[in-house]
Design a protein around this ligand. Structure first.
Ligand code: SAM
Length: 285
């Protein structure tokens, strides 16, 4: 277990470009073999491109997206004609699943700070689904992009009161507090009145704070005011936030917390529907 933690620290100490390159080289033989044998799906990136979590074969990647779609349907009542924003759309995991559910009257917008992911989605998904749009936004994130622009100053490039639903899977777990606060304020602007948002986080409260230290593979040891980081060197590696702090941040933007669905990252998997904690919040009418 400790070994895995050391490997994670080593991995995070590399630059994002080094990580992208190593991943591509490492998976090249299996990706090449899959290509030769036709064991791939036209919308699913090769393993060496999947920088957004554990690289998976195409069936698993599609299943992960279907699971995300299921959560959006069950928790925020995603409808086939909704106008949706995918904050941190990555390399299309959620979008691929949404192509099977959203109809042509729906609109999907996604943006991300990694060009590789946006280019993949643009060339593979948008080509067949013109109501799907992907934007590359070169913002600094010490895990993903060395750009100069700051997420805490970023204004979402969409009309006010535009989206029925906004979601982000495993994105606010890789951002800093001031950046997340700014994104809440932007979500508040572009969400329709009564619109609803779904985001995943690592959360704790006074009774569960010590559980963020139990899993030696996944430890938030750098304590700050109301939140904890996994690493001080790569601040965006992972962040866990105290539930009270999150509630204050939402209230500050006049967003209403609807519910928190605890995930199983801190341990007990019983009756849990997702690894990370899910937060559902609304814009007031
Ligand atoms: C773990 S990945 C999840 C990607 C995708 N949501 C999924 O479920 O496959 C985290 C994503 O957040 C993106 N990201 C990091 N900082 C961001 C920011 N400030 N704005 C938008 N996306 C960001 C990363 O580039 C990466 O694609």
């Amino acid at each position: 277990m400790i070994k895995k933690n050391a490997l994670r620290t080593l991995w995070y100490s590399l630059s994002s470009n080094q990580r992208f390159l190593i991943r591509k080289l490492y998976y090249f033989p299996v990706d090449f073999y899959d290509r030769l044998t036709g064991n791939y799906h036209k919308y699913v990136p090769p393993r060496g491109y999947i920088y957004t979590g554990s690289p998976a074969n195409y069936e698993d990647y599609i299943d992960q997206g279907k699971h995300q779609l299921g959560l959006l349907k069950s928790e925020i009542d995603l409808k086939p004609n909704d106008c949706v924003l995918d904050v941190g759309s990555g390399i299309g995991r959620t979008a691929i699943a949404l192509t099977t559910y959203l109809d042509t009257s729906a609109r999907y917008e996604g943006f991300d700070v990694v060009e590789l992911g946006v280019e993949w989605c643009d060339s593979k998904i948008k080509k067949d689904f013109p109501n799907f749009n992907f934007k590359y936004i070169p913002l600094f994130n010490d895990l993903y992009n060395n750009a100069n622009l700051k997420a805490k100053e970023f204004i979402f490039p969409y009309e006010k009161n535009y989206f029925d639903k906004i979601f982000s899977f495993s994105v606010f777990t890789h951002m800093q507090i001031d950046e997340i606060q700014k994104y809440f304020s932007e979500i508040q602007k572009v969400l329709k009145p009564n619109g609803i948002a779904f985001s995943t986080f690592f959360l704790y409260d006074d009774t569960t704070e010590n559980q963020t230290q139990i899993n030696k593979e996944f430890t938030f040891s750098k304590k700050k005011d109301g939140y904890s980081l996994m690493s001080d060197k790569v601040k965006s590696a992972n962040i866990a936030i105290h539930k009270d702090k999150l509630k204050t941040m939402l209230e500050f933007e006049n967003l209403t917390l609807v519910k928190i669905i605890d995930g199983f990252w801190k341990g007990n998997q019983e009756n849990k529907i997702e690894y990370q904690d899910i937060v559902i919040f609304k814009k007031k009418s």
